[in-house]
Design a protein around this ligand. Structure first.
Ligand code: HEC
Length: 124
């Protein structure tokens, strides 16, 4: 009987932790750029960190354009060369790291960048 109780406890513990792991994966899912109710993407807290971790080794001040350092990223990108709010998917800041660039976006990062442009590429 005790062994059975132990077995059931182990099963329940597994279920609890399995449940947590599942929730965590759901939260990691990419934002949907086509969803009009998608939460607002913040340039400073969600986009800039992507540039900082993946891009500024090359895209730094006085080096390769666009300058993607936190202080200059927004002004560098505020141009039709990089951002096209009427056709977000054609924006160079979205397309370039999707092709065979030295650094590429993860699926979740690409979705964030595209959503940010779709929402008007705000300096938020
Ligand atoms: C190892 C260096 C390196 C890294 C890291 C890098 N890039 Fe680049 N990037 C370049 C070079 C060199 C060019 C110019 C040649 C070309 O267009 O491919 C360039 C060009 C670009 C362009 C086009 C610029 C223009 O005016 O035509 C964009 C946009 C861009 N990179 C975005 C990014 C983003 C976003 C990241 C980070 C996810 C990134 N790059 C990471 C080296 C890098």
């Amino acid at each position: 009987m005790k062994a059975l109780k132990n077995l059931i406890s182990i099963f329940l513990i597994g279920l609890i932790f399995g449940g947590c792991a599942y929730n965590w994966i759901v939260e990691e899912q990419a934002i949907d750029p086509g969803d009009p109710n998608a939460p607002e993407v913040s340039f400073s807290t969600q986009i800039v960190p992507i540039f900082t971790s993946k891009c500024i080794t090359c895209h730094t001040t006085g080096s390769q354009t666009p300058d993607l350092t936190p202080a200059n990223a927004y002004n560098s990108l505020n141009s039709s060369r990089y951002v096209n709010t009427s056709n977000p998917e054609s924006s160079l800041i979205y397309t370039k790291p999707l092709s065979s660039h030295s650094q590429t976006y993860s699926t979740a990062e690409a979705a964030l960048v595209l959503t940010w442009i779709t929402q008007g590429a705000q300096n938020n």
